[in-house]
Design a protein around this ligand. Structure first.
Ligand SMILES: Nc1nc2c(ncn2[C@@H]2O[C@H](COP(=O)(O)OP(=O)(O)OP(=O)(O)O)[C@@H](O)[C@H]2O)c(=O)[nH]1
Ligand SMILES: [Mg+2]
Length: 359
């Protein structure tokens, strides 16, 4: 899973990346480039399994982040096309909107107005998708009108998508059939992705879960697009990341931060992308991995190793709750709660798998 960060110049994109990945800010390079980083998803079940199995190694689920950096500030009046192209392959978008005042940091438009920036950025996403889909439509319609009738589904889907974008709708706001979704996904449109707006507020501003600190008009616009939104004090959060790990908790408490941005954000990513965690347990490793709701045991096997997927024979499954209640795999078996499942089995939150495979 990869989250692409976007936002106007100096909105706080790299600060967000820093708080999420702990990768320190870079000196300005002046050259557009993508920075990649990752966050481990904190997980008490991994701790429990590792202790119970005496596992040598703990592996946490990972969410990846991409920070497009090094774009010249004068390009920051709207979302840079090249910047948006960088996040096209991501599963989700995090749009940073500046609300902090600080006169020492210039705003590309000269004043601070989060609602204005949000409206502009949302329409930049729509414009970018229009450009990509119209380019594609030109080619498709030429072949289709030239007699390639196999292109009808693509032709129809593009007509519908372009009309919706023309009405200033996000593609995620429209109902799509399975086939239409499959066609659209190939072009990786930005407005089809899940999204979250990160409102970067002042050091002394209100913030928190449930939209605390977000102006009602901003909140309403995000909700109307099906996006999440949260206020975050990135300058402080980014500072917290500079502190030694064991001092962070008490420092955070002094600053009134009950929960780090990273923890809040990872919960939001799981919710927005419909992710759940499944596990593998053994003396070598206690591991968690993220998977999309509705994915199967076969998908889960593939995330561990392509060999396990290729040679899949069956999945042996117990729920974490049963494992914890009975204390061990053997005890779960004795209680009759250990199951044998096929490829098609739909993974449940907290499943602990053992895959039988043959290569
Ligand atoms: N006062 C204050 N400064 C902030 C805040 N967030 C970010 N900054 C500062 O604003 C400047 C830009 O922040 P970045 O995180 O680099 O923003 P960016 O969006 O990555 O900027 P570009 O990549 O250059 O477009 C840095 O000097 C930050 O320290 C904030 O909440 N308050
Ligand atoms: Mg940056």
């Amino acid at each position: 899973m990869r989250v692409g960060i976007t936002g106007l110049g100096y909105s706080g994109k790299s600060s967000l990346f820093h708080t999420l990945t702990e990768q320190a800010p870079e000196a300005p390079s002046g050259k557009p480039h993508r920075r990649l980083g990752r966050a481990l998803v904190p997980d008490e079940r991994v701790e429990y399994i590792a202790q119970n199995e005496n596992a040598q190694k703990k592996t946490y689920a990972v969410v990846n982040f991409l920070d497009p950096d090094g774009f010249p500030p004068e390009s920051g009046k709207s979302l840079n096309t090249e910047l948006l192209a960088m996040i096209r392959g991501c599963d989700m978008i995090a749009l940073v909107i500046r609300a902090f005042k600080s006169p020492s940091i210039m705003h590309p438009l000269g004043s601070i107005d989060p609602m204005r920036d949000l409206i502009n950025c949302f329409s930049d996403l729509v414009i970018q998708d229009l450009a990509v889909l119209e380019g594609r439509f030109e080619r498709t319609s030429r072949s289709y009108n030239g007699g390639d009738k196999d292109l009808k589904p693509e032709f129809d889907t593009l007509v519908k998508a372009i009309a919706s974008l023309g009405d200033d709708m996000f593609l995620s706001q429209i109902e799509w059939s399975k086939q239409e979704t499959e066609i659209l996904t190939r072009f990786e449109p930005l407005t089809l992705k899940s999204g979250i707006v990160v409102l970067n507020v002042d050091e002394d501003a209100a913030f928190g879960r449930g939209g605390v600190g977000v102006p009602p008009d901003v909140k309403q616009l995000c909700e109307s697009r099906g996006w999440g939104v949260g206020a975050v004090r990135l300058s402080i959060e980014s500072e917290v990341m500079e502190i030694e790990l064991d001092e962070r908790k008490s420092f955070s408490r002094e600053l009134g931060i009950a929960e780090t941005v990273r923890d809040r954000f990872l919960v939001a990513v799981y919710e927005r992308l419909g992710l759940l965690s499944y596990y593998t347990a053994g003396p070598k490793e206690a591991a968690a991995r993220a998977i999309r709701r509705g994915d199967t045991a076969w998908d889960a096997a593939g995330k561990i190793h392509s060999d396990i997927q290729r040679g899949f024979i069956r999945a042996e499954v117990m729920s974490f709750d049963d494992y914890k209640e009975h204390g061990s795999e053997d005890a779960v078996k004795r209680a009759g709660k250990y199951r044998i499942e096929k490829k098609e089995y739909v993974v449940q939150e907290g499943d602990i798998f053992f895959f039988r495979f043959n290569v």
